[in-house]
Design a protein around this ligand. Structure first.
Ligand SMILES: Cc1cc2nc3c(=O)[nH]c(=O)nc-3n(C[C@H](O)[C@H](O)[C@H](O)COP(=O)(O)OP(=O)(O)OC[C@H]3O[C@@H](n4cnc5c(N)ncnc54)[C@H](O)[C@@H]3O)c2cc1C
Length: 370
């Protein structure tokens, strides 16, 4: 028997990894507890930057819901409006995206088994055969991570979101971010327009908060800014979910590796994990192939993903720590001062949802060129 890769979790990250490996002839088996890969995808929204989708090679065409040019940041009475002249991000139907990723992985030759939930004992047994490489792509509350005692994720965000029809969306090209530590403790609320009259409203709160995300959502939905959008609208669903807010200190142990939400490869500012998770999956695919073909260590993955994406993830951590500790009144001042300093123009021109380091680089390079 040759080396086998067992991927636990057929979310977008596990499927991206499986496709990359299968294309190169690696024997890869993917397992998921769910009976349909699209189950659960509906709990997560999908706003992805065009540049990020290009980076991970995902074509959103079949799952496209809306195009966004920017966002409005709200705190108390203050607003910061960032609107570029061209589309910056896509709103994507996550269930459709999950289906197309599954088809692509299967076409490449990955074996996908649905309806199989692994427990810790089973995982330890599979890992005891050193011919197997186990990848935990099993999301925020990773069984693989706990089975092999990986360091814990320090903070989670509990989310609740719902879709509304017949809503009154002011500008369907702009998402809304609502900062209020009193309602969305250490995170924020959002509006994600699908069209002029369809919108998703959501909220995230730190797991250190003393209330549930659904209770926080109920409060948020009654706030002036949100009720202006959904006052006469019909709510069609509601989902709770969870996002890890920090990466684990270790993501490789012997023949067990973590990737995506299981590793905490998520932007702490927004909770977005698809672009970084899939980018890290691509790095992992290269490292696994080198391990199988040349016997190099899987530990190269730890070094490589941190080298490529660690700085940006740390910048997101830093920004999250800053805004999440501000009271509404201070956040109002922050937005006001940012506006005075020209932040609306700056972010419209140089903004990068995923990689603040590239944003700064572009800013300085253009400054030098002037
Ligand atoms: C409300 C919300 C909004 C979001 N919005 C965005 C956004 O706009 N942009 C963005 O980039 N990201 C967003 N995210 C984050 C994004 O959804 C995640 O980062 C991404 O889905 C992580 O993918 P993953 O494959 O690592 O994990 P998951 O998608 O969580 O997949 C893990 C899979 O593992 C399976 N599994 C778990 N345990 C086991 C087990 N023991 N055995 C077998 N299978 C198991 C699960 O069933 C699941 O299918 C959002 C998240 C939420 C909750």
């Amino acid at each position: 028997m040759g080396r086998k890769v067992v991927v636990v979790g057929a979310g977008i990250v596990g499927l991206t990894l499986a496709k990359e490996l299968a294309i190169h002839g690696v024997d890869v088996q993917v397992y998921d507890a769910k009976r349909e890969v699209s189950d659960g995808a509906a709990k997560a929204s999908g706003i992805f930057s065009i540049s990020g989708l290009g980076l991970i090679g995902i074509d959103p065409a079949t799952a496209l819901v809306n195009r966004l040019n920017g966002a409005v940041l709200h705190a108390g009475r203050e607003r910061l409006r960032i609107k570029a002249s061209e589309t910056k991000a896509y709103v994507v139907d996550r269930a459709m995206l999950a289906k197309s990723c599954r088809e692509a992985a299967a076409r490449a030759g990955a074996h996908i088994t649905l309806g199989k939930r692994f427990d810790r004992e089973e995982l330890r047994k599979i890992a005891s055969d050193k011919e197997n490489i186990i990848v935990g792509a099993d999301g925020a509350v990773s069984t693989v991570a706990s089975a092999f005692s990986f360091p814990k994720i320090k903070e989670y965000v509990l989310t609740y979101k719902a879709e509304y029809r017949n809503a009154a969306v002011d500008d369907p090209e702009l998402a809304g971010l609502f900062f209020s530590n009193e309602i969305a403790y250490r995170f924020f609320g959002w509006s994600c327009p699908y069209s002029k009259d369809r919108v998703e409203i959501g909220i995230g709160i730190s797991d250190r908060a003393k209330i549930s995300s659904s209770a926080a959502f109920a409060k948020f939905a009654k706030s002036d800014a949100v009720s202006a959008i959904v006052k006469n609208a019909e709510r069609v669903n509601g989902y709770a979910s969870i996002i890890p807010l920090s990466s684990r200190e270790i993501t490789v142990k012997d023949n067990v590796v973590l990737v995506g939400d299981a590793a905490g490869q998520v932007k702490a500012t927004t909770g977005g994990g698809v672009i970084f998770g899939c980018s890290c999956a691509k790095v992992l695919a290269q490292v696994i192939r080198a391990n199988i073909e040349k016997g190099t260590s899987l530990r190269a993955y730890e070094k490589e993903w941190r080298k490529r994406y660690g700085v940006d993830l740390k910048m997101h951590d830093f920004l999250h720590n800053y805004y999440s500790n501000l009271r509404v009144s201070n956040m109002e001042v922050f937005l006001k001062v940012s506006k005075m300093l020209g932040a609306e123009k700056f972010f419209s021109e140089y903004g990068d949802m995923d990689r603040p380091s590239l944003m700064l680089k572009r800013f300085f390079l253009r400054g030098l060129a002037k």
